[in-house]
Design a protein around this ligand. Structure first.
Ligand code: ACO
Length: 330
């Protein structure tokens, strides 16, 4: 049952925070950030913008590009680790504002791997035959989880949202291909937001220690990201019997240019065939692949029949990849 991507959309907030701006906030410099991460600037949501506001715009753009009406949606999934609130889900807030009255909506949490986890979940719902059309969104206001005095983390992240509309199109060719997902909770301590949930609710002490913000063992995360994304990419290529050189485009989670380069050389993908926009947006967690996919489409980087790989790694740890055979929507 071919599941096709009918259209994509994305949104990044207007406010640009450059490395030079960060130099005035913490003890860092443009040269350090660019050489260690490849990031030059990131987008930061306005104070009155929540994750659902970013998600809504990306969703509207995806619906417009796919020619699908909100009322045709059966499923809305939002991958996020920075929801508007504990409940209701960010997805139900977006469902209401879109007017998607026939859809059920829920959030899904897999940190930076969220977009691929949501795509695979939507694909299986559509393949069940019980649902016809799905909207998948990755949306994050990572700036709300940052300690702006911690130079080791605040330079890495940004805000944004990416979305895609999926449909089960009987008789069509290509579309979503093999997917491989994984998790290893034993390493959860290496990348986490320790407080602000049920384990350690927010108290004055938490706010003072800023333990409701991201805490990360950067070098360990780096190592596991390269290992698991490389393993996943090779596994998928073997399963599909594709050669790495046949990939027209790899759209990886945008965390760090050096992680992308390490994976690229290990998997054997041509340099021009890896989509990179981490320089403009930093790490937008579960939004990054949706934003990159939409930019690739709008830049005309994808042609019908192109072989594409999505690849991600994030807190949990979680990781995953998916192959697509691109079909330019009619
Ligand atoms: N500016 C200037 N100096 C800094 C900064 C900064 N922003 N941050 C750290 N430093 C200093 C450190 O204090 C340290 O100084 P010291 O040697 O005097 O102690 C020095 O730079 C080196 O620090 P390291 O942590 O060893 O630097 P490293 O080369 O590992 O780079 C980085 C750090 C960029 C975080 C890297 O480890 C990384 O990218 N890890 C992956 C993390 C990641 O991508 N996380 C995102 C979530 S998971 C995902 O999306 C895949």
């Amino acid at each position: 049952m071919p599941i096709q991507l009918l259209g994509t959309g994305s949104y990044t907030p207007e406010k640009i925070l450059t490395n030079q701006d960060l130099e005035k906030m913490v003890d860092t410099n443009d040269e350090w950030i660019v050489t260690r991460t490849g990031i030059r600037e990131r987008r930061i949501a306005a104070d009155d913008q929540a994750t659902s506001d970013l998600a809504l715009i990306a969703a509207e753009r995806a619906l417009e590009s796919s020619g699908v009406k909100a009322s045709e949606l059966d499923v809305i999934l939002i991958a996020t680790c920075s929801p508007d609130m504990a409940f209701p889900s960010t997805a139900t807030l977006v469902q209401h504002r879109l007017g998607a009255v026939n859809a059920f909506a829920m959030d899904l949490s897999a940190a930076c791997s969220g977009f691929i986890f949501a795509l695979e979940t939507a694909r299986n719902l559509l393949e069940s035959g019980r649902y016809g059309t799905a909207l998948v969104i990755g949306a994050e206001k990572m700036s709300s989880l940052l300690d702006w005095q911690d130079r080791t983390t605040c330079i890495l992240f940004g805000d944004g949202a990416g979305a895609a509309v999926l449909r089960n199109e009987e008789g069509s060719k290509g579309g979503l291909g093999p997917c491989n997902l994984g998790s290893n909770g034993s390493l959860s301590e290496l990348l986490l937001v320790p407080a602000g949930g049920s384990r350690i609710p927010v108290t004055a002490k938490v706010l003072e220690e800023r333990s409701n913000t991201i805490s990360m063992a950067g070098q360990e995360v780096f190592k596991h990201a390269v290992l698991n994304m490389t393993k996943t990419a090779k596994h998928l290529l073997k399963e599909a019997e594709w050669d790495a050189k046949e990939l027209a485009l790899v759209i990886p989670h945008q965390a760090n240019q050096r992680i992308l380069e390490a994976i690229r050389t290990r998997v054997g993908v041509e340099k021009d065939n890896v989509f990179v926009n981490v320089d403009k947006y930093g790490n937008t967690s579960s939004a990054s692949i949706g934003i990159a996919l939409d930019e690739a489409v709008r830049q005309g980087r994808l042609n019908s029949g192109d072989r594409v790989m999505l690849l991600a790694f994030g807190a949990g740890f979680t990781w995953g990849g998916m192959l697509l055979e691109w079909r330019t929507p009619a």
